[in-house]
Design a protein around this ligand. Structure first.
Ligand code: ADP
Length: 462
């Protein structure tokens, strides 16, 4: 099959979040499965000083290579993309994001013809690429080159929709009739994601549970009705984890490497982490790790409510992350009150994240909602038992057999489950068996890529 993957950020070229990880890893896994893949993304300023080789294709288009033979095409436009940020700066979103990403979508479609690559599937990601199916099914409808190209839209987080004032609609080059309930209109605004959802052949999210959750009022951010109407075309495929990066056997950042057969060595990483964090060197006290944005979505509201009680339990807690100031302040207070229990690192620090995944006993991730989640997958691979709220991708990857999971989102639910984990940690034999089961879990990209291929096959029948 021929697949064109269109995303606004792709590892290793540009990244602000998990979207880039998926857009960078999935093409490689698809290529391994024998598929022919190209990738199309904007060319940002941030890429100027990077080490990968970029070659010029023609005016306004350059490309680089990943995997064995995957071309990643960069759509250029200095006025739009030669800026420090991808989507905005400290003042917020760039005001011309509609112009920027409608340009990207149109150019991506034109490029297919220019390089004579007619894909079976365009796999587009998030609102930035959502005009592709809209244009395909409207502006390009009668053009034979584009006939029979099918589209799959993956939504990585439905909270981000690309909303713009309706006065900007004429810039899209679309007929005003598309500014309607059955088109891009959403409470009198332009909603790019909705456009993508209306015109893609298949809609997909990054876990099965999240694909169902977003069809409800609680999780749908207003788009549950649209998804409900299209429910026969809505699917969920879990993201994979890049095991070349996240592997305790080869991890260069951790004090002592270990595998499923030498999981005992993990205790050396715990000791290293305790030293680094100025926590007492106690092997019998369970060490909880958090690597996260400090945000309500990540469960910091209930964690903040319960933190005083939690700090009085027989445990240690290391938190790495940045986010809402109010959570910074609450956690800083706790460090003052319980310096022997909690260690706080308000920053983004990849090496420290690796040390926390390896050195902790339990990975705490009580997200209120979680489209897929990577932290719990990394925790499992490192034998660091995830403790999660039952939602989205967390519900699809963590269960009683490999972790701790609670199903009522509340401070009490969280505290009770932490108590359970603390009690469970006392039984060394059972705990070692739990670590073993966790480390056996496999969430590789290979499995997810196979599922995507099946989804593409389904799209071809639409
Ligand atoms: P998100 O919703 O933030 O994308 P995920 O769980 O999907 O959440 O992925 C977050 C990724 O970012 C994980 O790999 C996690 O280890 C990493 N991460 C988050 N915060 C930090 C931080 N402060 N320092 C280093 N890595 C971080």
């Amino acid at each position: 099959m021929k697949i064109a993957l269109c995303a606004s950020e792709v590892v290793p070229f540009a990244k602000t979040g998990g979207l880039a990880d998926v857009a960078g890893a999935l093409p490689l896994a698809l290529e391994k499965e024998g598929q022919q893949v190209i990738v199309i993304m904007p060319r940002y300023k941030a890429m100027q000083n990077s080490s990968f080789k970029v070659q010029r294709l023609k005016e306004g288009v350059s490309y680089s290579l990943i995997g064995k033979d995957i071309k990643v095409y960069f759509i250029e436009n200095d006025a739009y993309f030669n800026r420090d940020g991808l989507y905005g700066d400290k003042n917020g979103d760039y005001p011309d994001n509609l112009d920027r990403f409608s340009f990207y979508c149109k150019r991506a479609l034109d490029l297919l013809r220019e390089i004579n690559f007619k894909p079976d599937i365009i796999h587009l990601h998030d609102w930035q690429a959502c005009l592709i199916p809209v244009y395909l099914k409207n502006l390009y409808l009668l053009d034979v080159f584009y006939k029979n190209i099918k589209t799959v839209l993956t939504i990585h987080n439905i909270g981000y929709q690309g909303l713009f004032p309706k006065e900007q609609f004429p810039k899209l080059g679309l007929d005003w009739s598309l500014f309607a309930i059955e088109g891009l209109e959403f409470y009198d605004k332009i909603n790019m994601l909705k456009g993508g959802m209306m015109f893609s052949d298949i809609i997909n999210t990054v876990s099965e549970t999240y694909s169902k959750e977003i069809q409800t009022k609680e999780f749908g951010f207003g788009l549950e009705g649209v998804l409900n109407k299209r429910r026969d075309s809505v699917f969920g495929i879990l993201n994979g984890l890049d095991y070349t990066i996240w592997n305790p056997e080869t991890d260069k950042f951790i004090a002592k490497s270990y595998s499923i057969n030498t999981a005992k060595d993990k205790s050396k990483d715990k000791e290293d982490l305790q030293k680094l964090c100025n926590l007492p060197l106690e092997s019998d006290v369970p060490l909880f790790g958090v690597v996260s944005r400090l945000a309500e979505q990540k469960g910091f509201d209930i964690l903040a409510e319960g933190i005083d009680t939690i700090c009085r339990m027989n445990l240690q807690l290391v938190i790495l992350g940045t986010g809402d100031l109010k959570y910074h302040l609450i956690m800083e207070d706790m460090v003052k009150k319980y310096p022997q229990v909690i260690s706080l690192h308000l920053k983004f620090d990849d090496p420290l994240a690796h040390k926390i995944y390896a050195g902790s006993d339990i990975f705490l991730m009580p997200s209120k909602y979680e489209p897929c989640g990577l932290g719990q997958l990394i925790g499992l691979r490192y034998g660091t038992i995830p403790l999660v709220f039952k939602t989205g991708g967390l519900a699809d990857t963590v269960n009683q057999d490999n972790g701790f999971i609670f199903d009522r989102y509340s401070k009490d639910g969280l505290i009770k489950t932490i108590e359970k984990a603390v009690a469970g940690f006392k039984n060394k034999h059972k705990w070692a068996a739990l670590v073993n089961r966790a480390m056996k879990c496999n969430f590789s990209w290979d499995a997810s890529a196979k599922k995507y291929i099946k989804l593409y096959e389904k799209a071809k029948t639409k």
